[in-house]
Design a protein around this ligand. Structure first.
Ligand SMILES: [Zn+2]
Length: 331
């Protein structure tokens, strides 16, 4: 994973996807029909009665292959997953595990999955990558994402894009001139959420922030806000509380809010005015922070792409709190 690659990520969010799904493709997420179930039963029986035929069938369609349409239960909601029809290098179960991991990281960060019902369509192409993630407010939340036919299990295990897309579900839709905060939040929360649940090392999350520092304006807003909220609240609250506050007052992707409203709701949840004040500061002066000083007080150093921590730094406790796992999500 690298930061330049991250910036090349054309994640877009619009009110209506180009070529909005038709009724036919929506129907694609329904559970398998009785006919399909009967066919599956016949396949199983054939394999059971005739070992040779069974093996032949096994090569074509593994008996443990998951169906194309699956409903995953997640804390506070469900995800209607449609997997590619064609066979990929990874199995359908691998793909479902990948979806589950991303949902798990996001649910822990926000205390629940951001929306009660997400439609997730996984498409395939000739590449070996996970890419083209895009999130829409449509139908309570719709994510389209592409997994290359040659993508391997490691590509799924190191993928950040699906988590990034799911974070978009947890913030209201902004006007065009405020997409910076939507992208900034997803860029910041994705590695923090994954580090909290142990999907990536804590050092990896910080490495991305330090290494990519000149590129990530919106994410810098989030990090500075996180640190300031913790400074003002004796480290009892952070950006995570502000974002949960926004989500829990109804501010998910299906809602159109102006930025001031979202920031005010976030500030209310932390009992501070950090978000609104920082927004005004950054609007007037895009880089109001001395990042070298910020890394020093958090106890962070980067040498040869390796991050080291200094636990004697003045705000090392704040650094640790940011990536500490909170209570489990409600089910
Ligand atoms: Zn994005």
């Amino acid at each position: 994973m690298n930061v330049m690659h991250r910036l090349g990520h054309l994640c877009s969010r619009v009110a209506q996807p180009p070529g909005s799904p038709t009724r036919a493709s929506r129907d694609g997420v329904e559970p398998p029909s009785a006919v399909l179930l009967l066919l599956a039963l016949l396949v199983l029986l054939t394999g059971f009665l005739d070992p040779v035929a069974g093996q032949a069938l096994h090569r074509k369609a593994p008996q443990n292959e998951a169906p194309q349409n699956v409903v995953l239960r997640v804390p506070g909601g469900k995800i209607d997953v449609t997997l590619p029809e064609e066979k990929l290098k990874v199995s359908r179960q691998d793909l479902l595990n990948w979806v589950r991991s991303a949902a798990d990281a996001v649910s822990h960060y926000y205390g629940r999955f951001p929306v009660p019902h997400l439609t997730l369509k996984v498409r395939s192409d000739a590449s070996s990558r996970v890419h083209h993630g895009v999130t829409y407010p449509k139908d309570g939340g719709l994510i389209l994402i592409t997994v290359g036919r040659d993508a391997d299990i490691n590509e799924l295990k190191t993928d950040w894009t699906l988590t990034h897309e799911m974070v978009h579900l947890a913030f209201p839709s902004m006007e065009d001139n405020h997409h910076w905060i939507e992208e900034g939040l997803s860029t910041y929360v994705e590695p923090v959420a994954r580090a909290q649940v142990g999907q990536i090392p804590v050092t990896e999350a910080w490495r991305q922030f330090i290494w990519g520092r000149t590129y990530w304006g919106g994410a810098m807003f989030c990090l500075v806000a996180d640190v300031r909220i913790r400074e003002r609240t004796k480290n009892r609250k952070g950006l995570q509380d502000a974002l949960r506050g926004i989500l829990n007052s109804g501010g998910d992707i299906t809602q159109d809010w102006d930025i001031e409203k979202a920031l005010a709701r976030g500030d209310r949840a932390t009992g501070t005015n950090v978000l609104r004040t920082l927004y005004r500061e950054m609007r007037d002066k895009p880089a109001p922070v001395d990042l070298d000083q910020l890394w020093r007080k958090l106890g962070l150093d980067l040498k040869d792409r390796i991050v080291t921590f200094d636990d004697k730094a003045s705000e090392a406790n704040i650094r640790r709190a940011i990536t500490t796992l909170r209570s489990s999500p409600q089910h």
